[in-house]
Design a binder for this molecule. Structure first.
Ligand code: ADP
Length: 379
């Protein structure tokens, strides 16, 4: 059974076509710079290698048409006919308090995702455009939404509640939501497999270190706390995001640097983190390169990055009581073994040597495909 996974961002549409029974990706790619000058398509399949095409793509609807045409291309495509696609799985960032699991899309689900645009103004609109495009272009094919927030909906209220007037929660649903849920869920399951244990009996701390970074306390298969919050800004230091800081800095910067609310938001989301501290790059490879050349600010950025992870692991160990494994994943978590080694060395005395430190490759697309397959099959 073939499932197409679609992940629409503000100016991109990524796709991945899976044969779910074989857990194999047949082809994948992305349309980039949607709605801008110089749009392009990159497509990769086992049979035909990688291709790159410059084209015009004014919106996400057109991007979905381009994807359909590519996967059914008589020469470079992998399908004879679009009807071979039996389900489409969409990555949706924000499912609010409504969705705690992946969900078959109907008009009511679309309305609800639309309501959460207020909570994720940058992320939910392109997802909606992708969903609407696919409903027209893959007409009659069931569509499933897989939410970044869903896995963390199991957090207890004392973990997700902020210490501000409760009326603001009631009015705007201001609370911790957490993100990267699909990745945390995927690696938690894989880690349990690797430990040879049932996911429902292990306690894990999962650490997603990509451009965005977040950490989750996973108790018996359920997320009970996570570092990202109302937005993805909270928590760990990231490529360009500050992570935790004193919220009084917002008004201080507005007053002293004469910044607007939007400018402070921009500073904390796009100019901080590894980039802001090092002054070099948001990319860990560049930071490691600069450290090798003796750059002190790159070293400070790296030290802040790792120290913050260590502190969170300590606090989640307190939340969980017993920790069977700490699991690192995503670009940095999978490729920079020295972080895992340092954490293991420094935290082992606290854990008494009973906690495994492991690195596991994440695959959010595969989990989206599997969820979609399950839901489509049960209809
Ligand atoms: P995204 O969140 O965009 O999916 P990724 O999971 O691809 O991001 O992670 C991107 C981060 O991973 C970047 O900081 C990049 O430098 C880092 N990274 C990827 N490969 C390596 C590597 N071989 N060595 C060090 N860092 C790497």
């Amino acid at each position: 059974m073939l499932i197409l996974v679609v992940n629409c961002g503000s100016s991109s549409a990524k796709y991945d076509l899976f044969d779910v029974e074989k857990e194999a990706s047949l082809c994948r790619g992305s349309v980039e710079r949607i709605g801008e000058e110089g749009s392009s398509l990159t497509h990769e399949s086992g049979e035909n290698g990688k291709i790159h095409r410059d084209l015009s793509c004014p919106d996400h609807h057109r991007a979905i048409e381009i994807i359909r045409d590519m996967i059914t291309d008589p020469e470079k495509g992998v399908l004879k006919d679009v009807s071979e696609v039996t389900g489409v799985g969409h990555r949706v960032v924000h499912g609010g308090e409504k969705f705690n699991t992946s969900t078959l899309i109907n008009a009511e689900v679309i309305d609800t995702i639309e309501r959460f645009v207020e909570l994720a103004p940058l992320h939910n609109p392109p997802s909606l455009e992708g969903i609407r495009g696919c409903m027209k272009i893959f007409s009659g094919v069931p569509q499933v939404a897989v939410f970044d927030t869903a896995f963390h909906q199991s957090m207890p209220d004392h973990a997700f509640t902020y210490g501000i007037p409760y009326e603001l929660y009631e009015k705007y649903r201001i609370r911790k939501y957490g993100f990267h849920g699909t990745s945390h869920r995927y690696v938690a399951r894989k880690a349990a497999e690797e430990l040879g244990r049932d996911p429902g009996e292990v306690n894990l701390i999962t650490v997603h270190l990509g451009n965005g970074c977040s950490i989750a306390a996973v108790q018996k298969g359920k997320s009970v706390d996570t570092s990202m919050g109302f937005t993805p800004l909270e928590g760990l230091l990231m490529g360009t995001r500050s992570g935790d800081l004193d919220p009084a800095l917002v008004t201080f910067l507005m007053q002293r640097e004469d910044l607007s609310a939007e400018e402070v938001n921009d500073l904390m989301n796009k100019k901080s983190g590894l980039l802001g501290l090092s002054g070099i790059s948001n990319d860990m490879r560049d930071i490691l390169g600069a450290i090798d050349e003796g750059n002190a600010r790159a070293e400070l950025a790296y030290d802040v990055f790792v120290y913050r992870i260590k502190k969170y692991i300590g606090s989640y160990a307190a939340v969980l009581g017993r920790v069977d494994a700490v699991v690192l994943t995503a670009g940095i978590g999978e490729n920079v073994p020295r972080i895992k080694e340092q954490l293991e060395r420094e935290l082992n005395p606290m854990f008494g040597g009973s906690t495994r430190f492991m690195s596991i490759g994440t695959n959010e697309e595969l989990l989206i495909a599997k969820d979609t397959y399950k839901i489509v099959n049960s209809e």
